[in-house]
Design a protein around this ligand. Structure first.
Ligand SMILES: [Zn+2]
Length: 241
């Protein structure tokens, strides 16, 4: 019997809205640390002491205590958490960080990249991320969870929303038009054992817009594997894929 436990697949969204996992807390002397029993951690935004969640069911993480009103990382999910942990482990990225007053999921200062981990195609949030990145001299990179496209039809490596009034494609048209200078590097993270996977293998697939197919998003047929996705020294070339 597992009564009393909520079994959560940490890569999924069954926990969305109930838990807001934070990867890095701040220590009293200003360091950023993953969840631990050995030190207390504070929220980098409201500075309240956080609860370290160190169970067997969840990935270890920090979380606000009940009643704390802070909204920092409030909408984060375990899918985002897994990428943040991945980039943190690379040693090259600052994760859950901020630049000139704006929060970013990740920043690669050497390569001047800013990261957004998006679980939906929210045009307003995407636009403000792209603008905030460019204003700070950072090139925006968005990794979408496959779920963001669950209502889309997938055919011939193109994602198309069945509703003609859906205008998600405009973001791809504006920032990742093939043959034009691209202002954002856009990806979809496919997990082949999860819905929706569109019949694709696990990996990160580059997303662009192509003049040949109006109103659709073009999916690059060859994925990058997550394990080498950011370790690859040529990852800035992804901009030109
Ligand atoms: Zn807080």
């Amino acid at each position: 019997m597992t009564a009393g436990f909520q079994v959560v697949d940490w890569r999924g969204d069954s926990a969305q809205g109930q838990i807001d996992p934070m990867y890095l807390a701040r220590t009293n002397d200003g360091r950023r640390i993953p969840a631990t029993r050995d030190e207390s951690g504070h929220c980098p935004c409201c500075n309240e002491e956080l609860a370290a969640k160190l169970g067997d069911i969840y990935e270890w993480h920090w979380s606000h205590k009940p009643g704390q009103a802070c909204s920092y990382r409030k909408t984060s999910t375990f899918w985002q958490y897994s990428w943040i942990r991945h980039y943190h482990a690379s040693g090259e990225w600052d994760v859950e960080t901020h630049v000139d007053g704006v929060d970013f999921d990740g920043v690669h200062s050497q390569k001047r990249l800013a990261l957004m981990l998006a679980h939906k195609v929210d045009l307003i949030a995407l636009k403000s991320f792209v603008e905030a990145s460019l204003q700070r001299g950072l090139r925006p990179m968005v990794i979408f969870q496959a779920k963001a496209f669950e209502r889309f039809q997938f055919e011939d490596y193109r994602l198309k929303h069945p509703r003609r009034s859906d205008n998600s494609w405009i973001f791809f048209f504006s920032h990742a038009f093939r043959g034009h200078s691209r202002t954002a590097s856009l990806w979809v993270d496919i997990e082949q054992d999860k819905h929706p996977h569109f019949g694709l293998k696990s990996g990160a697939y580059n997303l662009t817009y192509s003049a040949e197919c109006h109103g659709a998003i073009t999916v690059h047929p060859i994925p990058r594997l997550k394990s080498v996705f950011c370790a690859d020294r040529s990852s800035t070339d992804d901009f030109e894929l």
